[in-house]
Design a protein around this ligand. Structure first.
Ligand code: PLP
Length: 410
């Protein structure tokens, strides 16, 4: 089911015509559907209900908007964070500190200290030294930090190289072969309660086989660690599930994922933590834009829109595909390149794409921008950060204002 449908020829977000949002807020603008977010969260939770003990921490990096986090907190999601800024966003949105997992390969001492002071529920250690620093900071506060050791299982997730995190050459986690001895040493530290292990092999995964292989390796590690006398009570299985960016993309269903997890983990007897991002927020957002020009090009026209790579970096970063659809199409088609106004040849959303015919002034959307869309925005070319709007039924509100540093403003 999609929450961005056409009514009387006009594309709507739930019950709100996108043209009304453009009129009220301007473009470019990120638009989220509250119902889509709730539905995705509910479906994720329902699929996992076949597993005995689970907790879900939304990966804040996918969409750190406070209203989105607040909504997901209402769906019993905690948060997976990777910076002090994300921690403050999550806490500010009403997520309990105890429901927050602190991931991230380069947490500063200050971030670790602030997280301890806030009472963050789980630290995912990326290296032995981090465990020692965290233990010392905790001891100095008369506390014990609850932590798991992130392991690099050396499994290729089969996704884009820049969002692949579980191969041995990636910067994340500790080599699985080194994990047992490291776990022995870390578990002896006062100030640290080492309760298990974590992994995350990449994002936009479209095949369950690599995840299954990685989970099986972690299962063997759990057996090994228990044999060494460690009481393993928790395994953090990360995130990574892909979404269909193209209409005909095939991605694993949540039920298939849950069944695979149930099969692999049936004898683990641990709490399972999940860190989904994209699969919750991705399809719940669109980036609406207005056509500035239809400019003749060497082989085909350039549709120059007012959104750019600073609003949606995925195409230039990962050659990512985002469906483009006119808000009020006239039924004609055209083949065009779609580009933004930024002074880089890379600021292109699509090449030689068969799209709805658009003219100067028309509104259109890029679909599936709810994850890693506004989250990755920048003010490159002194462009404002685009506003964000949350639609709920036939109402909408601005949940992030257009932001332009004062010195850029006219
Ligand atoms: N957990 C960790 C440690 C991550 O690095 C990421 C994203 O890369 C996620 C969870 C969320 O991944 P996804 O949005 O693919 O579910």
């Amino acid at each position: 089911m999609t929450y961005f449908d056409r009514r009387d020829g006009v594309l709507c977000a739930e019950g709100v015509p996108l043209s009304a949002i453009a009129e009220a807020v301007g473009t470019p603008v990120h638009v989220y559907s509250a119902a889509a977010l709730r539905d995705a969260a509910r479906r994720f939770t329902a699929a996992l209900s076949i597993l005995p003990r689970t907790r879900t921490a939304f990966a804040v990096k996918a969409n750190p908007n406070s209203a989105v986090l607040h909504l997901l907190a209402g769906c019993c999601f905690g948060a997976d964070i990777v910076s002090g800024g994300e921690m403050r966003r999550a806490l500010g949105a009403g997520i309990a500190a105890s429901d927050i997992v602190f991931s991230g390969v380069g947490k500063t001492d200050r971030e670790l200290a602030d997280a301890l002071d806030a009472g963050i529920g789980q630290f995912n250690l990326e290296l032995e030294e981090e465990g020692r620093v965290l233990a010392a900071l905790a001891q100095a506060r008369g506390k014990r930090a609850v932590a798991v050791l992130r392991v690099n299982p050396d499994v290729d997730g089969g996704t884009h190289a820049k969002i692949s995190t579980g191969r041995r050459e990636n910067k994340f986690g500790v080599a699985i072969a080194d994990a047992p001895a490291m776990y022995d040493r870390l578990s002896r530290l006062d100030g640290l309660d080492l309760v298990g292990v974590a992994l995350h092999i990449g994002s936009q995964l479209h095949d369950l086989a690599p995840l299954e292989a990685a989970y099986e390796r972690i299962g063997s590690l759990v057996i090994d660690l228990r044999a060494r006398g460690h009481g393993i009570t928790r395994v953090d299985l990360g995130g990574g599930l892909g979404i269909p960016y193209r209409v005909d993309d095939v991605v694993p269903t949540l039920d298939a994922y849950a069944a695979m997890v149930a099969k692999v983990t049936r004898d683990w007897d641990v709490d399972l933590i999940f860190e989904p991002g994209r699969v919750v927020a991705g399809l719940a957002g669109v980036l609406m834009t207005r056509v500035i020009w239809v400019k003749p090009g060497a082989d085909r026209p350039f549709v120059i829109v007012d959104a750019a790579m600073n609003d949606l970096a995925r195409p230039v970063l990962y050659d990512a595909f985002h469906r483009f659809e006119a808000v009020a199409p006239d039924g004609e088609r055209m083949v065009a390149n779609i580009a933004g106004p930024i002074c880089e040849s890379g600021d292109v959303f699509a090449l030689a794409r068969d799209i709805d015919r658009v003219r100067r002034g028309d509104l259109a959307v890029f679909h599936a921008t709810g994850a890693y869309g506004a989250a990755m925005a920048s003010s490159y070319n002194c462009r404002p950060l685009s506003p964000q709007v949350l639609v709920d039924g036939d109402q909408f509100e601005i949940v992030a204002d257009r932001f332009l540093p004062e010195e850029f403003a006219a």
